[in-house]
Design a protein around this ligand. Structure first.
Ligand code: ATP
Ligand code: MG
Length: 394
């Protein structure tokens, strides 16, 4: 077996046994030729969805309207899509209708880039109608067919082109580049949800710097919901440790508020929380190096992002080694309020006073005292410290 997983071979075999044509297609074939492990395996077939469902006992209708059936074989999910075209795109968002077609050739014509229009039979024979293999060799992103038409049909492909520039570290073929530059503004027709997914992947690619340059050169950046005018210090901020860090970089570089950026790209609440925390930490970092209070307050990825952006954007890389926040955090007496050996109820018992706002306030004081080593995190020691202070103040 030159390629694919045992279960995906079984799917091809079964489809063929039932008289259908079936091949591996798309990213998995591309990644195989690049010597990379494929994340998901896509199969294209002449069988229509209902025929696919009749052959396999365990299937899920993930995209019947687009001709896609998810086959579960030996617990492995394999996407099986009927040969199709995408009809017309009246709004550059979604095809108005998909049409099933008879031949693989017609199916490959609808695909975005030459290296994504490769197919492979189960015996490892490559089907390469558009010289995709050659483009892979030369690390070129080239639209299938007439680039202008392809980006006009589906403007998301322009984002995909830049995503592949980052992920694969490929360059754009000149005609493909020109077409993107000419149609950049059509990206405005694409839903932010789809744009966001491509951005996440772009951030995590091997060469986000190249993609960022292309955003500017093609003016695609102007069609994005938000994009910083200047990407200062980017080369020193790379690689991003996570997609979240990429979003935080946009926030800091663009001097947006977290809610503006989060709203523009419809970030999740977790993502918004992360970028807001980086923004706060970054502001503090511009004032002074992170001390115990910040190391306690912020999560390690937040500290790392803020420190990195401070060094790269503020051009103050310095000679000091990058702090080991994880280690420093572990050295703290407590990592969070949950680590305190007492709680509000203990305080009420000791003071013999009903709970109220004072309990929360005192817990804060105890937290700070323990963190800064004024009191050991031990119930007896805290009690002593508390009773002393509590009585003297009441
Ligand atoms: P990844 O490694 O991220 O999965 P991929 O190339 O497999 O990359 P998918 O989004 O999984 O990307 O799409 C699978 C295939 O479907 C692509 O390789 C391409 O042939 C085709 N495709 C996906 N999106 C488009 C699009 N917008 N226009 C044309 N063809 C597309
Ligand atoms: Mg894929």
């Amino acid at each position: 077996q030159p390629f694919g997983t045992p279960a995906s071979y079984l799917v091809l075999e079964k489809l063929e046994q039932h008289g259908h044509e079936a091949v591996f297609v798309g990213g998995a074939v591309r990644d195989y030729l690049l010597g990379k492990r494929a994340t998901d395996i896509d199969i294209a077939t002449s069988a229509e969805p209902n025929e696919v469902k009749a052959i396999f006992s365990n299937t899920i209708d993930v995209g019947i309207a687009h001709g896609t059936v998810l086959v579960l074989l030996n617990h492995e999910p394999i996407e099986v899509t009927t040969f199709r075209t995408e009809g017309t795109y009246s709004d550059a968002r979604r095809p108005d209708e998909v049409q099933f077609v008879k031949t693989l050739h017609e199916d490959l014509l609808r695909r975005d880039f030459t290296f994504n229009a490769l197919a492979m039979t189960k015996d490892g024979q490559l089907i390469d109608l558009f010289n995709g293999q050659e483009d892979l060799k030369h690390k070129i992103i080239r639209a299938v067919g007439v680039p202008e038409e392809r980006f006009h049909e589906d403007a998301l492909r322009m984002m995909r082109a830049l995503r592949f520039a980052s992920v694969l570290d490929f360059t754009l073929d000149p005609a493909t580049f020109e077409a993107i530059r000419n149609q950049a503004e059509r990206l405005g027709n694409v839903s932010v949800e789809r744009i966001k997914i491509e951005m996440d992947r772009l951030f995590l690619g091997t060469n986000p710097l190249a993609a960022f340059k292309l955003f500017t050169e093609t003016k695609l950046s102007q069609a994005l919901p938000l994009f910083p005018k200047e990407t200062r210090g980017l080369e020193h901020a790379l690689p991003f440790a996570s997609a979240n860090e990429g979003w935080a970089y946009l926030l800091v570089a663009g001097e947006y508020s977290a809610s503006t950026l989060g709203g523009a790209y419809k970030l999740s609440n977790d993502e918004k929380r992360f970028i807001a925390a980086v923004e706060t930490a970054y502001t503090i970092r511009k004032e002074h190096p992170f001390a115990m209070d910040e190391i306690y307050l912020f999560d390690v990825p937040v500290l790392e992002a803020a420190e990195k952006f401070y060094r790269s954007i503020s051009m103050d890389e310095g000679f000091a080694p990058f702090p080991q926040f994880e280690k420093e955090k572990n050295k703290l007496a407590i990592q969070s309020p949950r680590d305190l050996s007492v709680n509000g109820r203990d305080l009420m018992n000791w003071a013999d006073v009903k709970g109220g706002r004072w309990t929360g306030e005192w817990m804060k004081k105890i937290e700070a005292a323990v963190l800064h080593g004024r009191c050991v995190n031990d119930p007896n020691k805290i009690r002593e410290w508390f009773m002393n202070d509590f009585n003297s103040k009441e």
